[in-house]
Structures are given as C-alpha cells and as structure tokens.
Design a protein around this ligand. Structure first.
Ligand SMILES: NC(=O)c1ccc[n+]([C@@H]2O[C@H](COP(=O)([O-])OP(=O)(O)OC[C@H]3O[C@@H](n4cnc5c(N)ncnc54)[C@H](O)[C@@H]3O)[C@@H](O)[C@H]2O)c1
Length: 193
C-alpha cells in the first residue's frame, strides 16, 4: 500500500506516519510545509527507513502536489495538513483560509487529476481521506452527542475553514466522483474547543 500523508509532521499526522511505516510496513510519502506546528523530531523514528520519505512542500502549491502525486503514485491520500489552533485563527484567520480552504481545494484538484488518469483496479481502489474536526458541529453543553448528521454550526475561523474543506471534499465526490472518505476527529464528545 502506497500512502501520501499531508501534515505528517504534526501532532496526529506524525503518529499516523509512524504507525503506517513501522507497524504496517506501508510505503509512505509525508508532505508537510514544516510550519511552526510541524515537528521534524516526531518523524525521527522513521528517518532512514526505505519505506518513508518526507517532502517539504505546501499543499497550496499545485505544481508541487501534481509532481509529488505523479511520482509517488499513491493508493491513498490522507489529508491532515491544516492550520489547527483555534486561538491563532481568531487573531489571524488568513492562514487558515489559505491552508484549510485553498490548500484543501488544491489537493483535491491534484488528486482528481491523478485519479482521472488511473485505470482498472488502481482507479477503483484509490481513496482520498479527508480529516476533519468535531468543531464543525459547534459546541455541546453538558448533555448530548454529535452525530455525522448533526447540522454544521462552526463558531470560529478555524472550524469555519474546516467546515468549508469538508464541503469541498463532499462536492468533489458528488460532482466528479472522486472516491473520498471522511474522518471526524472527536476531541471530546461533550465539549469541543
Ligand atoms: N489535534 C486535535 O485535537 C484535532 C482535533 C480535531 C481535528 N483535528 C484535525 O486533524 C488534523 C491534524 O491535526 P494536528 O493536531 O496533527 O495538527 P498540527 O497543527 O499538529 O499539524 C498540522 C501539520 O500540517 C502542516 N501544515 C500546515 N499548513 C500546511 C501547508 N499549507 N502545507 C503543508 N503542510 C502544512 C504543519 O506543518 C503541521 O505539521 C487537522 O486536519 C486538524 O484539523 C485535530
């Protein structure tokens, strides 16, 4: 299995990279712009492994994404790269719109171009996995749970930008047929934030 992981130097992404490279033995290409949130040291365990490579690139860079995908030829793209800290989104939303909305759009388009040109079993097996957050549903009080059918109700620039990227990924499936799955990372069932 050949997997591209965006945001693979981040908190969750790096654990996923270590798991897929070391425990599952998959071939992994980590794509990460190594922003303030990326931690190169968290990938130390996979340094030098033949089945892992780190590409320092920005998901907003369409030609870099096209080239990386064409060269690596993934079976899966797992999209975790994001600006992810709510407080920072309140003091400066622009990076969140750029990475979470424009970057996700750019990656979806690059994935669609690659998938369009696949044939047969490879085309049928390809998946784009989009990682989101429970914060797209807003906040809970002491009671209740979010469900996948809970109406979207984002309350910060961060959650609004993640909600936008969720809608883009869904639209790329419904409009273009891009095989996509979504994972909502539930930070907490009761209180988001
Ligand atoms: N951590 C949580 O509690 C939590 C909760 C819900 C959802 N999520 C989602 O899970 C995913 C991963 O979260 P995390 O906590 O690991 O985030 P993180 O902030 O720790 O890591 C994000 C990674 O993305 C990279 N990145 C940022 N902008 C980029 C760009 N333009 N191009 C390429 N790489 C870029 C950063 O360098 C970093 O390594 C995100 O999509 C986030 O929205 C996280």
């Amino acid at each position: 299995m050949r997997v591209i992981i965006t945001g693979g130097a981040g908190f969750i992404g790096s654990a996923l990279v270590r798991y897929l490279v070391l425990d599952k033995g998959y071939d992994v290409l980590t794509i990460d712009a190594l922003t303030y949130a990326g931690c190169r040291a968290s990938l130390k365990a996979v340094d030098g492994k033949q089945n892992h490579r780190l590409l320092n690139a920005n998901i907003c860079d369409r030609s870099a994404m096209d080239a990386a995908i064409a060269e690596f030829r993934p079976d899966r793209i797992m999209h975790l790269a994001a600006e992810s800290h709510v407080d920072r989104s309140i003091t400066g939303a622009a990076d969140f719109i750029q990475t979470n909305v424009v970057g996700s759009f750019t990656l979806l388009e690059a994935a669609r171009g690659y998938w369009n040109d696949l044939e047969g079993a490879a085309k049928a097996a390809f998946r784009f996995l989009h990682v989101s957050t429970d914060e797209v549903y807003g906040s809970l009080g002491d009671e209740g749970l979010f469900e996948e059918t809970t109406p979207y109700d984002p309350s910060s620039p961060y959650s609004a930008s993640k909600a936008a990227s969720d809608h883009l990924a869904k639209a790329w499936k419904r409009t273009y047929g891009l095989p996509y799955g979504a994972a909502i990372w539930m930070r907490s069932f009761r209180q988001s934030g």
